[in-house]
Design a protein around this ligand. Sequence first.
Ligand SMILES: [Zn+2]
Length: 279
Amino acid sequence: MPESPEVEALARFLADEASGREIRAVDVLEFRTVKTRNSPPAGIAGRTITGAARHGKHVELLLDEKSLVVSLGRHGWMRWLSADSAGGDAVLPAEAPPALATLDLSGDIALEVTDAGSWVSLGLFVVDRADEVPAIAKLGPDPADPAFTRAQFDTALGGRRKQIKAILQEQETLAGIGNAYSDEILHLARQSPVTHAAALGPEATDRLFEATVTTVREAIAARSGVPIDQLKAQKVAAMRVHGRSGEACPVCGDTILDLTFSGTSAQYCPTCQNGGVPL
Ligand SMILES: [Zn+2]
């Protein structure tokens, strides 16, 4: 699932490369992606892209007086095909995800919205303002935001009797974090994924706040400028515990374990995060 560091890099790429280009045509290949029926994506043809922005895990293409918001869902992404590569399904690897919509841009660019999932979780919204998208209106504060404060973090945790791993991923509570970065945050904070927020003492809360901000901001810095077709691979390569069960913890050398609970899974180091005791 794309999370804030990768979506931020995608938004910055689009701001740099797509700004100033006219949208010549929009071809929606999967109609279930269209979330604004009264304002369909085809209606943005003829408009010029003026910039791009990220909201949580959503990316917004700014157009003159309108916006196209792409909710990337679980497996959504974008593909940028220039004149050299366009027309060439041949140049795409066989495992390349299918395009659900294509924006034909001036300068012989095809900007494809893709989804690698087996069901459609990606959404396209044509709106006047990004916060007309309900999920964006409800977003909590973003730890990547320089204005993000410890007070906002304390409010998010709020002494709740809910596992921290789940709270970190609630978009209405904290924007942009998903399954992978929540594992990394908890490892850096030396905190068990099943601990409830209400059980955190002041020192553990300090560590969790620092780990949340550090993890998200360092990942954004590391992913900045990486070509968008390489972001997923770079994210996977940068993970210290997420997706690495059976491998050695880079901090202490203990074996990273997998934990499945409440329909989700976490990878964690028993020594770093639970006093050496497997969960
Ligand atoms: Zn460890």
